[in-house]
Design a protein around this ligand. Structure first.
Ligand SMILES: Cc1ncc(COP(=O)(O)O)c(C=O)c1O
Length: 462
């Protein structure tokens, strides 16, 4: 009897056709597919088949039980968190990355083109973000891991200033972390790094309705450190109001004070794609490290983000993350080897979807995506501001609208959002801004149009 595995090999063409049919069914329905549903599945009767049912039957089983849980999170009206979609080219790149199934280690010596593609993609991304070639970079699974990678090297740098080698010998006291509005993932990274969530010295916000840091307060805090090293986590786009720290002013402080400067530009960094908004990040090219998420505004599938790190830190970077005591891995240092630069050892060909999308749509394509999303956020913000029911909690600075119901109790805001999300027409997420219960709508999907904004607003005022 032919095993299911051998049968699948024989049926490969039919199987891939089926995958294509299933893919098209989803993608063609994305504009109308619900953004939420109340489905649940029963996990109690889940049995591992003894013989296996073969891939075609597995697709049927998936469709029967699990597919009903899927919501249009990659569709045009999923405005919760900061969730991007997938461009057609990135889907092709992702599919092929799976088919090629390369393990992305090194540039040479292991028959591996993965790291070469990765280096090339980083070059393309540097051009997209107008960053100088003093930056090297690499792919990780998300902005959390990018923040973690950058802060790991930052920690090593700070240790070095204190005469310690933390990667080899463990944590030392005396490292100060400064930030005004760090993303939760940066704070989580501090927990993972042994620095501790509670050890962030908060820099004051600028006056007015701002989340950006007051750089004069940063200067005072750096001065008070009397030469002790610090790690600064700055924001190119805060999650609630997409505020930007003043990159030029921070860069100037680098001339006087000793600190590692990390920029979390997970989605706000995409301001660099538009001549109209790139002033928001001007000066960030002085930073030691930068986080950018690709599965957000680059609109490539999960899991994809990059770090940029100044090339002058390469030696330190490798010292921090190289796997030691593993002669079986071969020579890790002669060529670029991503095992020495990221937390993971084995990784998929993660750069390929981004490579495809960047080649397919170019600088102009991404400028158009970014500018359209910003225009839609502004238009949605205007509708809310002009209504009697809603109010903006902050100006729409880029692509996110942070708003609430006028004169409403937190419970009323919650109920309104739940009712709205339950329609399945749109999905937004709750937040708290300056003590007020609010709602966030983030625009990062290339499919979103004026019609979507109009449709959602109509539903909100029904
Ligand atoms: C500014 C910022 N940094 C980091 C992250 C974490 O990104 P990820 O979920 O890709 O790990 C996010 C996610 O929303 C973000 O907005």
């Amino acid at each position: 009897m032919t095993s299911p595995l051998q049968q699948d090999l024989a049926d490969l063409a039919a199987l891939l056709e089926r995958a294509k049919t299933e893919s098209l069914a989803y993608l063609n329905a994305l504009n109308t597919l619900k953004t939420s549903n109340g489905s649940t599945i029963d996990l109690t009767d889940n049995q591992l088949p003894t013989q296996g049912i073969g891939a075609l039957s597995a697709v049927d089983a998936f469709n029967e039980r699990l597919r009903q849980l899927i919501v249009a999170s990659s569709g045009p009206r999923y405005w919760g968190f900061v969730i991007g979609g997938t461009t057609p080219a990135s889907i092709v790149g992702d599919w092929l990355a799976t088919v090629f199934d390369q393990c992305s280690f090194a540039t040479a010596g292991q028959g591996d083109i993965s790291a070469t593609i990765e280096l090339e993609t980083i070059q393309l991304l540097r051009q997209l973000f107008n960053l100088p070639d003093t930056y090297l970079g690499g792919f990780v699974s998300g902005a959390t891991m990018s923040n973690f990678t950058c802060l790991t090297v930052a920690r090593q740098w700070a240790g070095q200033q204190l005469g310690a080698d933390i990667a080899n010998d463990g944590m030392v006291p005396g490292i100060t972390v400064l930030s005004a509005e760090p993303h939760a993932s940066a704070v989580k990274s501090l927990a993972m790094l042994g620095i501790g969530r509670n050890n962030v010295t908060r820099i004051k916000y600028l006056d007015g309705n701002r989340e950006a840091m007051d750089v004069s307060d940063l200067a005072d805090k750096l001065k008070n450190l009397n030469g002790q090293p610090a790690i600064l986590i700055s924001s190119a786009g805060t999650v609630n109001t997409v505020d930007f720290d003043d990159m030029v002013a921070i860069g100037k402080l680098k001339e006087t004070y000793k600190f590692w400067w990390h920029v979390d530009g997970a989605f706000g960094g995409f301001a660099a794609c538009s001549p109209a908004y790139q002033h928001l990040v001007v000066g960030w090219e002085q930073a030691d490290s930068i986080t950018i998420d690709c599965h957000k505004w680059l609109n490539v599938p999960y899991d994809s983000a990059i770090f940029f790190m100044q090339a002058k830190h390469r030696q330190l970077h490798v010292e921090t993350l190289q796997p030691l005591n593993s002669p079986y891995l071969g020579d890790l240092l002669t060529h670029v080897n991503y095992q020495t630069l990221v937390p993971e050892s084995s990784r998929r060909l993660r750069a390929l979807p981004a490579w495809f999308s960047l080649m397919a749509y170019g600088k102009a394509g991404y400028q158009a995506i970014v500018e359209t999303n910003i225009r839609l956020a502004q238009s949605f913000g205007e509708k809310l501001a002009n209504s009697d029911v809603f109010e903006l909690l902050a100006p729409v600075r880029l692509n996110t609208v942070c708003f609430s119901l006028r004169d409403a109790e937190p419970e009323q805001v919650k109920t309104f959002l739940t009712t709205l999300n339950n329609t399945g027409l749109v999905f937004m997420t709750p937040t708290v801004y300056r003590g007020r219960a609010g709602i966030r709508a983030a625009f990062v999907n290339w499919r979103t149009t004026d019609e979507d904004v109009a449709m959602v607003f109509e539903e909100m005022v029904k």
